[in-house]
Design a binder for this molecule. Structure first.
Ligand SMILES: O=C(O)c1cc(C(=O)O)c2c(n1)C(=O)C(=O)c1cc(C(=O)O)[nH]c1-2
Length: 236
């Protein structure tokens, strides 16, 4: 049976309550100050791969709706992420090269870009609705990192502050669009499945990070090894 607009929205929100990556134990470690400097670096390196793929995902999306705006904020986001990379002692060029990114991170993120390119527009928009749940994790992250790590300040965390402003606008539009267009049970099921797929994309990235870098660390061949990609200390 087709659900009412409110019931369908509640169903989408429930997916976040049960499956969003704010529930992943790696985030407890990170936000609670339990990560070593190298674990923070591994997170920054791997999360960059998601960051740099979002514009490709958006381009795949925009080419389908024939609108080519919106790349400025994406590029700004990448620059802000590299500021964080520098603050944790990494060479931003190394991070931007995407060398050393975990294989499972690549598989998950690439699958998201392909999903948006190949599936229906409804599924593509529905997959972006994880951003409904992002402001909470971004606010927790700003608070947790500021409290627990020396590298954290307004400049290094500007990426997240900016997302706190941007994400609610983006997602309000996406949510309204999905609620309007998912007007049959079949389409509602497709949209819910797409959102679940996206929570899996996010969760898999943290599983990969946890398995590679949290004790007992199992770093896959070719992935970043602590000590690599560090910024050279400036001569004083
Ligand atoms: O830090 C996070 O937890 C988080 C999650 C998500 C998300 O839910 O996909 C995004 C972001 N951040 C983010 O910064 C971002 O730019 C972004 C774009 C998208 C998307 O699917 O289009 N998700 C997210």
């Amino acid at each position: 049976m087709t659900q009412s607009r409110d019931a369908f929205e509640a169903r989408l929100r429930q997916i976040g309550a049960e499956r969003y990556h704010d529930l992943h134990p790696f985030h407890d470690l990170l936000h609670g100050g339990g990560c070593t400097p190298d674990q923070v670096r591994a997170w920054v390196i791997n999360r960059y791969y998601y960051q740099h793929s979002i514009p490709m995902k958006d381009a795949a999306f925009m080419s389908r709706v024939e609108d080519h705006d919106g790349t400025d904020t994406n590029e700004g986001g990448i620059r802000r992420w590299l500021r964080l990379a520098e603050a944790v002692g990494l060479d931003p060029e190394y991070v931007a090269s995407c060398e050393g990114v975990l294989p499972a991170t690549k598989f998950a993120v690439d699958a998201y870009v392909r999903f948006v390119r190949d599936k229906t527009l409804l599924e593509a928009v529905a997959a972006s609705l994880t951003e409904l749940f992002a402001p909470k994790i971004h606010a927790n992250r700003i608070e947790g990192l500021l409290k627990n790590y020396d590298f954290a300040d307004d400049s290094s965390l500007s990426y997240f502050r900016n997302r706190l402003k941007e994400a609610p606008k983006d997602v309000a539009f996406g949510l309204g669009w999905v609620l309007d267009h998912a007007d049959t049970q079949e389409k509602q099921d497709m949209a819910a499945k797409a959102l679940i797929f996206k929570t899996d994309v996010l969760w898999s990235q943290l599983d990969a990070l946890h398995s590679a870098y949290v004790d007992p660390a199992r770093i896959p061949p070719g992935a970043w090894q602590p000590g690599e990609g560090l910024a050279l200390k400036r001569a004083s």
